[in-house]
Design a binder for this molecule. Structure first.
Ligand code: PFF
Length: 447
């Protein structure tokens, strides 16, 4: 049963509903597409270890910070910062802008998942197709449009009837598909070799870059730094325990990333010749084609990716939508349609930047429009947003005010407050600032 808050703002139907929705936001292409290839490129097992450290020491405290700001204010990110400290509302605006920008190119890659569902269903999976596929303007724009339309439809139904209901159906399905595919992968002859690479930590491979990438992957994967979790937190019931909710979402997301490694590395085994974004769309297909019934395994795999992507795109759209509904007093449907339209327009140059339009494929240092958007918004802006959120919570709002919000439903949180203060006030800002300096100085995106 939904308990309406004063003013009639929606809340999640249940704590589990929130956890599934927020885990849905967190679990996305970042876990299943990006985590494996970033792991591959950064030393395998040792990267996994650093990633886990980053999740526990940085991801969890910042997740709790965002949920707490959201639940306390029951507002979108702009309204949330404005309510506590009006001068800080720019952090909210940055989040709204970042959400739309990320959605515009994330939707392009999400569109590929539908393309590959279609290809697997039609039995026409060819690993050499990828280059032509991403350079086809009609397919790229068409699938982007299809994916964003699906996202708009879900968000238009609202928080409880759209996002939560979708998550309640799709997240269990995602888990089931994942487990089925992991079991299939582990029984392949290539499994041992792949797993050795995935899990064996090569400490010699640790560089500053490895550490930075682990931190960046942790934030991106948990959907932190742009107010998505402030927005989702704003619909949490006052009686719910925020600390256990944050822990559940973080654990769920991390388990799925780790499982994605257990799914992908056994399948590719020793055939890892090339990392990068094509790991999933080319290397996996080479292997599926060698497998008995591989076409159907491929179909399930791409359905899994599409589901993961949809539950994330929905959260990216919800941030700007909630801003327009709360702050500009727009009707939800009108807000969703306007943001959706802007996102599609902004997504077109990304969709065309992978070979379709010459002018967009190489804008700076060999990077095309999509890569530049990812660098600016998926890397720099998210990191900046997360940094500001930590500083805001500790040095502006005050840790005791934030802690009071958590303690209202969980008095025992008191014993964790000193640790939370150090992690948010010192450790996380230092790590994020180092990451920001690194990515800006090197121009190297985390993807
Ligand atoms: N966490 C998502 C993923 O791992 O794919 C991506 C993402 C979604 C980032 C929502 C940020 C966000 F607000």
């Amino acid at each position: 049963m939904a308990v309406p808050v004063p003013g009639g703002r929606a809340t999640w139907g249940s704590k589990l509903g929130f956890i599934l929705a927020a885990a849905g936001s967190a679990i996305g292409l970042g876990n299943i597409w990006r985590f494996p290839y970033v792991t591959y490129e950064n030393g395998g097992g040792v990267f996994v270890l650093l990633y886990l450290i980053a999740i526990v020491c940085l991801g969890l405290p910042v997740m709790l910070a965002e949920l707490t700001i959201g639940r306390h204010t029951a507002r979108n990110p702009v309204g949330a910062f404005r309510m506590i400290a009006p001068n800080w509302r720019f952090v909210g605006y940055l989040g709204v802008l970042t959400g739309v920008a990320i959605l515009s190119y994330y939707g392009v890659v999400a569109g590929w998942t539908i393309g590959y569902v279609v290809k697997s269903a039609a039995g026409s999976l060819d690993p050499d197709d990828f280059g032509t596929f991403i350079a086809d303007p009609a397919l790229q724009v068409g699938y982007l449009l299809a994916f964003l339309t699906a996202t708009v439809v879900v968000v238009a139904f609202g928080v409880k009837n759209g996002i939560e209901r979708m998550a309640q159906i799709l997240m269990p399905l995602l888990l089931l598909l994942m487990l089925g595919l992991v079991i299939r992968g582990l029984t392949l002859p290539t499994a041992a070799e792949g797993l050795r690479f995935y899990l064996y930590p090569d400490f010699g491979a640790v560089t500053v870059k490895t550490v930075i990438f682990a931190v960046g992957q942790a934030f991106f994967s948990l959907s932190l730094g742009m107010g998505a979790m402030i927005t989702y937190g704003s619909y949490i019931n006052k009686k719910d325990n925020l600390a256990t909710s944050a822990l559940a979402v973080v654990s769920f997301d991390t388990c799925i990333a780790l499982l994605a490694g257990f799914l992908i590395f056994p399948v590719i085994g020793a055939s890892i010749t090339k990392g990068g974004p094509t790991l999933v769309f080319v290397t996996m297909i080479e292997q599926f084609n060698l497998m008995a019934g591989g076409r159907w395994v491929a179909l399930l795999f791409f359905v899994l990716l599409a589901i993961a992507a949809l539950t994330s795109t929905v959260s990216l759209l919800e941030v700007a939508t909630s801003y327009m509904v709360d702050e500009l007093g727009m009707k939800r449907l009108k807000a969703v349609l306007s943001v959706g339209a802007v996102t599609i327009l902004l997504g077109i140059p990304s969709a065309l930047s992978l070979g379709a339009a010459d002018g967009l494929t190489d804008l700076a240092n060999g990077k095309g429009f999509l890569n530049i958007m990812d660098f600016l918004f998926g890397n720099v802006s998210l990191a900046f947003g997360a940094l500001l959120t930590c500083i805001f919570l500790v040095y502006r709002w005050g840790i005791s005010n934030a802690a009071a919000e958590v303690q209202s439903a969980y008095p025992g949180f008191a014993r964790f407050v000193p640790l939370w203060r150090i992690l948010l006030g010192v450790i996380a800002p230092a790590a994020i600032a180092a990451m920001l300096v690194y990515i800006i100085a090197t121009g190297e995106g985390l993807g």
